[in-house]
Ligand binder design. Structure first.
Ligand SMILES: Cc1cc2nc3c(=O)[nH]c(=O)nc-3n(C[C@H](O)[C@H](O)[C@H](O)COP(=O)(O)OP(=O)(O)OC[C@H]3O[C@@H](n4cnc5c(N)ncnc54)[C@H](O)[C@@H]3O)c2cc1C
Length: 421
């Protein structure tokens, strides 16, 4: 008998889990929105393609994920491969990214200060990245006070909108460079292409943006949209969803903080574990979809506080098809939190590129904030849920800073575990 599995959420996590499981189980995906894709959804605005959140590009370091992903797509015919051309706007000047590799682009005094910081760090026994207690200590301890104040502190505070000393370090693994001083000096003297960083090069669909990825993963999968799952209970040894559909197992990819409202199972330890995650913190993002002057950038980071915007994503440079409705290029200006449209429209006048707004979007749940005990709370909850054949996977279900590749990897591992007798 095939297992009957219900997956809640048709984002990248739910769709990839469905694909992994569909051959060996009866799978249905229930999605509350009318359109699939979750965070990677895209819309056409005046004929131009915009990502509702961010500007999703794809890359995978994990071999199994990469092989699986490229078995779903024709890499050459359907994707463009691009190299990152990111810059940081400081003092009206575009500085190379990552900042520590482009010290020569600063004035002499700044370079002297950065070098003095690095030598001081070197002489006071540098710590291994994960030896720091929190994110703030890691940034200052790794890059020194000058770079911390110029870029790392203001940029990260804009994005995280939280006290950086409360942010745990674990989420950083594989996300940010963790160079030692020799690496930094070498990169400044010998200009090598850095390839280790996330999205140093990336793939992007020729048409359709990340919606194209979601749509392909959805092919052949039984998906019901406009279907909000509001309750999960037990009935005759099976799981009952919305008092109608039954399942042997449920995979939840939505916001873990809301799970306590869904689960109606009398189990004190489970209820306790559900309550423990209700207060996890996240940040939303406001996006202003714009037209802009021609340029060759992929991302522009804006740490300084002359504007509330923290990043411009030049999605029009990812694929020419994204600018189909315009004679100019297109881009997205990202703000942390909920920013009124009029304020965003005023803010973009302070930014380069003669930006012209077309439309805006607000996503309340973009960045998960990982605190010291977050992983432990999620691990506890997973153990309690597993007793009832309920599983978590995904960025907001596991409260992990997953990119698409990591979300796919997590779904891959979970699917194997569920199918293992
Ligand atoms: C600003 C930003 C930029 C990013 N850029 C990149 C990038 O360039 N490259 C990259 O690889 N990754 C990027 N990411 C990460 C990427 O978006 C995520 O890894 C991925 O989309 C997570 O997918 P998910 O399925 O886990 O979650 P989601 O996309 O949130 O999917 C969850 C789905 O569950 C549905 N749902 C929730 N609750 C219920 C319910 N009760 N009933 C029914 N349905 C429900 C939701 O509607 C949603 O569709 C970025 C993220 C952000 C925020």
């Amino acid at each position: 008998m095939k297992k009957n599995i219900s997956i809640i959420g048709a984002g990248i996590s739910g769709l990839s889990a469905a694909r992994f499981l569909a051959k060996t189980a009866d799978v249905v995906v229930l999605e509350q929105a009318e359109k699939i894709g979750g965070l990677v959804k895209c819309d056409l605005v005046s004929g131009n393609l915009f990502h509702k959140v961010g500007g999703h590009v794809f890359n995978a370091k994990n071999k199994a994920v990469s092989e699986w992903f490229w078995a779903q797509f024709d890499q050459e015919k359907e994707f463009i491969k691009a190299k990152r051309n990111a810059k940081i706007l400081i003092n009206q000047k575009l500085i190379g990214y990552p900042i520590e590799n482009y010290l020569g682009e600063f004035d002499k005094e700044t370079v002297q200060n950065v070098l003095a910081d690095l030598l001081k760090i070197q002489n006071t026994a540098p710590k291994a990245p994960f030896a720091y207690n929190h994110f703030e200590a890691f940034l200052e301890g790794t890059f020194g006070e000058t770079l911390y104040k110029l870029y790392f502190k203001p940029y990260n505070q804009k994005i995280w909108n939280t006290d950086l000393s409360l942010v745990a370090l674990e989420w950083l693994e594989g996300k940010l460079p963790m160079p030692n001083i020799q690496d930094i000096l070498l990169s400044n003297i010998v200009k090598e292409e850095e390839s280790d960083m996330v999205h140093a090069s990336f793939y992007y669909p020729k048409t359709g943006g990340s919606q194209f990825i979601a749509n392909r993963l959805a092919q052949g999968i039984n998906i019901i949209t406009d279907q909000w799952v509001s309750s999960i209970s037990l009935q005759n040894g099976q799981l009952l969803l919305n008092a109608s559909g039954t399942a042997d197992a449920v995979i939840y990819t939505g916001d873990v903080r809301k799970l306590s409202q869904l689960i109606q199972i009398e189990d004190a330890a489970l209820q306790h574990a559900l309550q423990a995650v209700e207060e996890l913190k996240s940040n939303g993002t406001s996006n202003l979809f714009c037209e802009c002057d021609d340029n060759d950038l992929s991302w522009l980071y804006i740490p300084e506080d002359f504007t509330r915007a923290h990043r411009i994503i030049y999605t029009g440079n990812f694929s020419p098809a994204n600018n189909a409705g315009s004679t100019r290029k297109t881009c997205v200006v990202e703000f942390s939190g909920k920013v009124p449209l009029q304020e965003m429209e005023e803010e973009i006048n302070k930014l380069p590129g003669n930006l012209r707004p077309l439309q805006a979007n607000y996503e309340p749940n973009s960045y998960v904030v990982q605190e010291k005990d977050t992983r432990q709370k999620i691990t506890n909850l997973k153990q309690q849920l597993q007793k009832h054949h309920i599983y978590l996977t995904g960025r907001f279900a596991e409260w992990e800073y997953y990119n698409m590749d990591k979300a796919i990897e997590a779904s891959m591992i979970l699917s194997k575990n569920i199918l293992t007798p």
